[in-house]
Write a protein that binds this ligand. Sequence first.
Ligand SMILES: Nc1nc2c(ncn2[C@@H]2O[C@H](COP(=O)(O)OP(=O)(O)OP(=O)(O)O)[C@@H](O)[C@H]2O)c(=O)[nH]1
Ligand SMILES: [Mg+2]
Length: 722
Amino acid sequence: MSKDKTRRVRIALVGNPNTGKTTLFNRLTGARQKIGNYPGVTVEKKSGPWESGGRAFTLVDLPGTYSLAASSPDERVALDFLAGHLDGEEKPDAVVCVVDASNVVRNLFLASQVADLGLPMVIALNMADAADRAGITIDPTLLSRCLGVPVVRMVATKGEGIDALGHAVAQAVDHGALMAQVPWPEAVDRAVKYLAAGLEKEGASLLAPGELRRILFDPRSAVLERAGWPAGSDPAPLLGAARDVLSAAGWHPLSAEALLRYEHLGHLTAAAVSFPEKRRRSPTERLDTVLTHRVWGLAVFVLMMFVVFQSIYRWAGPFMEAIEAVVAHVGELVAPWLAPWPALQSLVVDGVVGGVGGVIIFLPQILILFFFIALLEDTGYMARGAFLMDKMFGWCGLNGKSFVPMLSSYACAIPGVLAARTIEDPRARLTTILASPLMSCSARLPVYTLMIGAFIEPSFGAGLAGGMLFAMHVVGLAVAIPVAWTVNKFVLHTRPQPFLLEMPPYRLPRLRDIFWRMWERAREFLVRAGTVIVAMTIVIWALVYFPRPADVRERVTADLSVLNDNSAIDRAVDAAYLEQSYLARAGRALQPVFDPAGFDWKITVGVLASFPAREVIISTLGTIYGVGHDADEDSDDLRSALTRDFWTHGPRAGHPVFTVPVALAVMVFFALCLQCGATVAVMAKEAGWRWALFGFAYMTALAWLGAVLTFQLGTLWLEWSS
Ligand SMILES: Nc1nc2c(ncn2[C@@H]2O[C@H](COP(=O)(O)OP(=O)(O)OP(=O)(O)O)[C@@H](O)[C@H]2O)c(=O)[nH]1
Ligand SMILES: [Mg+2]
């Protein structure tokens, strides 16, 4: 094959889901794309450079797919790329088909479809270690001879077979190795010719026989759409007639392909692959009798989650205190330097250090949460969690595949919304996109722990504090279920879908993968703190610091001069400035909206400022309380500042601003509200602006309602119990 010398040779990685494509991609290109032990981790095309044996390739990682019938958006990416229909890119020059060595025949089904598109191929026989353990023996040389393409035995996680793969790929590119074709019966050839003639008549572009077979076999083929079939014309009569040619010869059009390909593959692989005489029950099967059991499975699931949140709450403590001490120390260190410029001093100490520093304190908890999530994803338990959730909540119209995106949203809703691409049914996909942001993401964690640490733990003890953190993570799910049900029943009319998610074998996670994910998350969190949150903090600081008319100080000093206590006077002056600041005025004007939830103007402002990013509530409260109190006062953290704040006006004057019902209402508000600009943008990209705005609106309404109900019921309960 002659190749333009200036163009890098493009190699696509294809294969069934969860066969190790991304693991291999990362190995070869040095990239750090996400891997996980469940199907559907990769949903987008990613490319990277790969140098091997003096040759330079561009490697393209694709989402996993079982066949080229491509029914969900992620599978469609794979098909479109291979057929040369994606973003105006040409077809790849060769394909590496990653095959799970424990499941050769089923995995080769896809390879044989890809070969039908006329693409040179290498088979990467991956996870050979697992096949060895299961007693499956494969002779790669013999298999290669039978299939007609190079076969390379690999263990992608350990880098075994990498050099051989590079060599085989170079060979495939140079010699165009094609996999042995299925001997199609005469009826198939006739149906294909019939299709070709029909397409030509309609002025569609000319297609290769392999592509025509895709149109013939796939009920809703994406290939036809891309072939330039005229928009106004219905292809059904042509397709029906072509499939009738098959039926007339005794082949069922929907099953003919599978029968023919599997029969062919069975013959080709028979000599090279052998299975153990007596099949033992694998450790995965034994574990699953408990972990996917109706009762025990669920009990283990709930218990495990409970332990996870207890641990987050407890383990993070010492690390958080350490960061807190550093932040406080930095504040104390810079304050005297900046003393000649009071406004700058306040901006740096109260705004940046107090506000942003207050957010950074929560990093350890987020990392511990990520540690557990990575553990769930890499062991393979994630798919079991989805299976259990489907058993419990499938009735509400959520697709079986909805639960993987929803579970991933516990880390962050953005990958969760993207993961909904694995869902075929567009309406079920939309429901999932709308429900996923209700799952409690890691950015909500700081809000919960601030409130729990300040108001729940002191009154109810540490045991209940962890339980409360767990409960807050259930609130979103408990609301998502009726929301999904309502949306499906009255708007989308989705039918319940069967649960079609392959259970991966349990695997021991690699620590390197887990720590890498934690590190990525830490970086993301710090970048967010250093950009959006700093920017918001500076705005909030300016609004809370200004205006500074001199007469406020004079009036308060004169009023309190009898006190003869300078620090008390200073504090009163700061409080007076705070009360007349722009932010306080705006907050008081808006406070009636949140009055039924028990929020004062400060919480109201905090809630409203947090719409771009949830963590802003922490920095906002930190800044407000920092500016409102003398910076030199014996350094106290945000938590104790909250407990010492009292209403100054209105019917609640003299009462504490934060009570247990208020703290609960704040948490419920944050649990249910879509306060994340990035998520709204991703929802818009995936489902259009209309649905993104709908999601935003319904969640905001729910959050307000939830907060009001929580506060009102909590207050009633307090009155009744006292
Ligand atoms: N034992 C073993 N595990 C492997 C090997 N290669 C990959 N894995 C594991 O298999 C799982 C899936 O790996 P991924 O690279 O995410 O698979 P993928 O094919 O990209 O999956 P999708 O993107 O969902 O299609 C991960 O848990 C890997 O650690 C291997 O050679 N041996
Ligand atoms: Mg992948």
